[in-house]
Design a protein. Structure first.
Length: 193
């Protein structure tokens, strides 16, 4: 069953309502946690090698166009973001007692009560589709391991070919924005330990 979902004027209240009325907690066994960890380890590695190979391709070009040039001067930030993703993936994996909280799947402007998805994945999906501001995530009470999963899932960036300036600008802006946020989190965490 699908019902109307997001009141664009009061999106924070709409999401809080969904969480309060439809959240479900699922306890995963160790083998499922291992499976999730391996899956995201491979995914982050795949993204890293995609950009590493793209960097080689661009460096072999005599005169790269504007989009390739923009990408190559920002490629190290992509690698740093992916490194932070691996760091937080490992922190998530080593955190004990992971209860996976799920909410109904959000499709476009509707909520599907028959399908459940990990609450963090739904927030990231809505953010990437410009449906919610990133800051809204700070208004949700998250367990530590949920914060860690939020951080590594934010590092799951798209693989682009690099030949379209709009795609490159999006990846560069996205990387710069979240690299600053995650680096601040990392530095704050390091000073607290």
């Amino acid at each position: 069953m699908k019902i109307d979902i997001l009141d664009k004027e009061n999106i924070k209240e709409s999401l809080v309502e969904i969480i309060n009325t439809h959240i479900e907690e699922v306890l995963y066994d160790d083998s499922k946690i291992d499976q999730i960890y391996e899956s995201y380890s491979k995914k982050l590695d795949s993204i890293f090698y995609h950009y590493y190979n793209l960097q080689d391709k661009i460096e072999e070009m005599l005169y790269p166009n504007e989009s390739y040039y923009l990408l190559i001067i920002n490629i190290s930030k992509i690698y740093h973001l992916l490194d932070l993703g691996r760091y937080y993936l490992d922190k998530w994996y080593h955190t004990k007692g992971k209860v996976i909280r799920k909410i109904p799947k959000i499709d476009s402007e509707k909520i599907n009560l028959n399908k459940k998805e990990y609450v963090i994945k739904e927030f990231i999906k809505l953010f990437k589709k410009n449906k919610i501001p990133y800051e809204l995530i700070y208004n949700i009470d998250l367990y530590d391991y949920e914060k860690y999963s939020l951080y590594f899932l934010l590092c799951d960036i798209d693989k682009i070919k690099g030949n379209k300036i709009e795609e490159v600008k999006y990846i560069v802006n996205y990387t710069n924005f979240f690299y600053k946020i995650l680096l601040q989190e990392y530095e704050q965490e390091s000073t607290n330990n």
